[in-house]
Design a protein around this ligand. Structure first.
Ligand code: PEP
Ligand code: MN
Length: 348
């Protein structure tokens, strides 16, 4: 049985006759065929039930209106074997065996706020600055970020500190604006299965790396398939299918003691299933700042490639998620403890 997926990209002007011929050659002309999917973006994916000889692929490639035929043996996210190190504009490398910490406020609140926090997290060893300007909020009445103005403040924080920017993009129409400032595009938990958004961040001409957070009730398999959409977007934009960071951020379970249940076990499982860098966010599951460092240490010990941590210089007055934000001292002392973890614990 052949599990290869064939990706056939077609010129918009490809005729119906060409399409029928492709399906006929690949033996999937049945309507509807479960192994066949049309993608609005101008390509189709096919999983023929039996191996497709090279010679057949060649004949498909020769048809008028066929742009590319790519054969995927296994997934782009799961089962990959090539290393997936991501280099940030400041030269810091994610996924090269070290622990990369991205830190900053839940929300950008103003220029001084975000620049002040950026300076403190950089001093403590963060590799990049996080900060939301387009925030997904459970209640429509909660503060949802400063939007465009917040992007300007993030750009200033980068100019002042040299830290690359990680910020969330909520919907496809924002990608251009966010990618103009962000060095890494964050996809939040609530959007983990927003498939058009996933594909479009992947296919975006900026090719910005994507930090993909696990959904509140998503399985590991679903997280990997979400990453597959991003990587397929990259591939269809003519780029290497790389540049995705997976982030465990706690899931919903029956236990309500903490805000979410950090699934520490997801870290070694993901590391076994993929070479994409695996992060953990200890802040959102902790819900309260005293639990952040223990969850961060557990994640590092479980083999995380990095952490996404909420930090605020005045957490009690933060406009969102204050209770779980570390202050600058708390962050610096957690970073020190992480550096002191015995090599045997950090071995990977
Ligand atoms: C965040 O990181 O600010 C955030 C909103 O996280 P999540 O999408 O995991 O809830
Ligand atoms: Mn938050």
């Amino acid at each position: 049985m052949n599990s290869a997926t064939l990706v056939v990209s077609l010129d918009r002007a490809a005729s119906r006759a060409t399409v029928s011929r492709v399906l006929e050659l690949l033996g999937v002309e049945g309507d509807p065929d479960p192994g066949l999917r049309w993608h609005d973006e101008g390509f189709l994916t096919v999983r023929p039930g039996r191996p497709t000889p090279e010679e057949t692929l060649h004949r498909v490639r020769e048809l008028p209106g066929i742009l590319r035929v790519i054969r995927l043996d296994g997934g782009l996210a799961a089962g990959r074997s090539e290393p997936s190190v991501i280099e940030l504009p400041n030269g810091r490398r994610i996924g090269d065996g070290g622990l990369s910490v991205i830190a900053g406020p839940c929300s950008v609140e103003g220029e001084e706020q975000v620049c002040g926090i950026a300076e403190r997290v950089r001093e403590a060893g963060a590799v990049a600055l996080r900060g939301g300007v387009f925030k997904p909020r459970t209640s429509p009445y909660s503060f949802a970020g400063l939007g465009e103005l917040g992007l300007e403040f993030l750009a200033k924080a980068r100019a002042r500190t040299g830290l690359p920017i990680v910020t969330e993009v909520l919907e496809p129409g924002q990608i251009d604006r966010v990618a103009a400032v962000a060095d890494v595009l964050q996809i939040g938990s609530r959007n983990m299965q927003n498939f058009p958004l996933l594909f479009r961040v992947g296919a975006h001409p900026s090719a910005r790396p994507v930090l993909l957070k696990r959904g509140l009730a998503a399985t590991i398999e679903e997280l990997l398939l979400a990453a597959e959409y991003v990587l397929l977007g990259r591939l269809m934009a003519g780029r290497e299918p790389r540049g995705v960071i997976l982030c465990e951020r706690g899931i919903r379970t029956f236990d309500q003691s903490l805000r979410f249940t950090l699934d520490v076990g997801a870290i070694p499982v993901l590391r076994e299933k993929t070479t994409l860098p695996v992060f953990a966010d200890p802040s959102h599951p902790a819900g309260e700042r005293r639990f952040v460092a223990p969850l961060a240490l557990a994640s590092a010990a479980a083999g995380a490639d990095g952490l996404l941590v909420e930090v605020h210089t005045d957490p009690d007055r933060a406009w969102s998620d204050g209770p779980q934000c570390l202050d600058a001292h708390g962050f610096a002392s957690m970073m020190k403890t992480l550096r002191e973890l015995p090599a045997a614990v950090r071995a990977r």
